[in-house]
Ligand binder design. Structure first.
Ligand SMILES: NC(=O)c1ccc[n+]([C@@H]2O[C@H](COP(=O)([O-])OP(=O)(O)OC[C@H]3O[C@@H](n4cnc5c(N)ncnc54)[C@H](O)[C@@H]3O)[C@@H](O)[C@H]2O)c1
Length: 331
């Protein structure tokens, strides 16, 4: 099988490529990535010389490149996105360009050349979950910030291309990922790195926001299960049901690294901050048999150990912005 992976130099896309090529020696993957913030070709070092892997540095918004690459492939998986909520608050424009126009550019090529398409979206499109309820795939989309609004727009576009043009597509909505190779600006790596460096660890608001977490290799296995068993036109939620407050996560990391809890520093809350994310993934489990394999605490220990063992991976990525305690500035 020939797969075009868009955004494969980022955190989740690179995990997918490594996992897929290891398990499928007859697959060929082309990785189309423009290498923005969040990307890192070092994530793919172990497969860079694999004859079944090709890297192309370009933009998914470039319609002639998406057209020619989609034409040559069997299926497309789109991980490419501007992905950091804080940066979307500071400057929404690149999010609209890549997450909406970029998805359109891929969809047009998929429609023209009649290829299979998996669009990787997020649970953040549902917005806040109330009390103990969880969203399923039929729940109303209700995004709260520019990042999730652009992802929601792309989800609507994908659904409309299925209904209007009959394209063969699947949309996935996964919860927060963590694991090796996650860019240092995100909560878990930022907390680990700042703790290693004995810096204060910032926490937004009172830290009571609840997120549901999944180890990145469980997410990429879920996508694998949809390649073979997903039904065209469907949306699939993906979660490991590990709901936990941001404050608890930071405290767990401080405990693993044997640092005092007074390293924790409360900073102003993120504007539009969702209080709780919660989704139900019964659908993918019942239709494909996929289930998460990692529990949160074990995977968090492994992740902390990975950042301790791989300082040469993250040191070059750090500047005052990536580790800044509160990186949005609303102009
Ligand atoms: N990280 C999470 O917790 C999470 C959870 C659910 C869904 N998602 C979704 O999964 C996908 C991947 O997330 P991630 O955490 O790996 O993000 P990431 O920021 O690590 O990777 C995104 C990749 O897309 C590339 N990219 C950005 N704009 C591009 C463009 N115009 N053309 C080509 N490539 C471009 C970047 O260079 C980068 O390599 C995103 O679509 C995100 O919305 C992420």
């Amino acid at each position: 099988m020939k797969i075009l992976v868009c955004g494969g130099a980022g955190f989740i896309g690179s995990a997918f490529i490594k996992n897929h090529l290891k398990a499928n020696q007859d697959s060929k993957i082309t990785n189309l990535d423009i290498l923005t913030t969040g990307s890192n070709l070092a994530n793919l070092k172990e497969i860079q010389d694999n004859p079944n892997y090709t890297f192309i540095k370009d933009d998914i918004c470039n319609e002639s490149i998406t057209d020619s690459l989609v034409k040559q492939t069997d299926m497309v998986i789109n991980f490419a996105a501007e992905s950091h909520v804080d940066r979307s608050i500071a400057n929404p424009k690149p999010f609209i360009q890549t997450n909406v126009f970029g998805t359109y550019s891929i969809l047009e090529a998929v429609r023209k050349h009649d290829k299979k398409f998996i669009h990787v979206s997020t649970d953040e499109v549902y917005g806040d979950a109330q009390d103990k309820s969880s969203f399923n795939e039929d729940s109303r989309i209700n995004p709260s910030n520019p990042y999730s609004a652009t992802k929601a727009s792309a989800d609507h576009l994908v659904a409309s291309y299925h209904r209007t043009y009959g394209i063969n597509c699947i949309t996935t909505r996964c919860t927060n990922n963590f694991g090796p190779c996650q860019f240092p600006e995100k909560l878990i790596p930022k907390t680990i790195i700042r703790s290693i460096k004995n810096l204060k660890v910032p926490i937004y608001g009172d830290g009571s926001q609840i997120r549901s977490w999944i180890y990145v290799y469980d997410h990429v296995r879920a996508i694998e299960s949809l390649i073979s068993k997903g039904r065209p036109g469907q949306v699939y939620n993906i979660t490991a049901y590990e709901e936990i407050t941001n404050k608890s996560i930071v405290e767990k990391i401080l405990d693993i690294l044997k640092k005092p809890h007074d390293a924790l520093e409360y900073v102003g809350d993120r504007p539009g901050h969702d209080k709780r994310y919660s989704i139900d993934s019964t659908k993918i489990e019942s239709e494909t048999g996929w289930k998460p394999r990692y529990n949160f605490d074990d995977a968090l220990h492994q992740t902390v150990q990975w950042y301790l063992d791989n300082q040469s991976w993250w040191e070059p990525l750090i500047d005052k912005n990536t580790l800044h305690p509160q990186p949005w500035t609303i102009k």
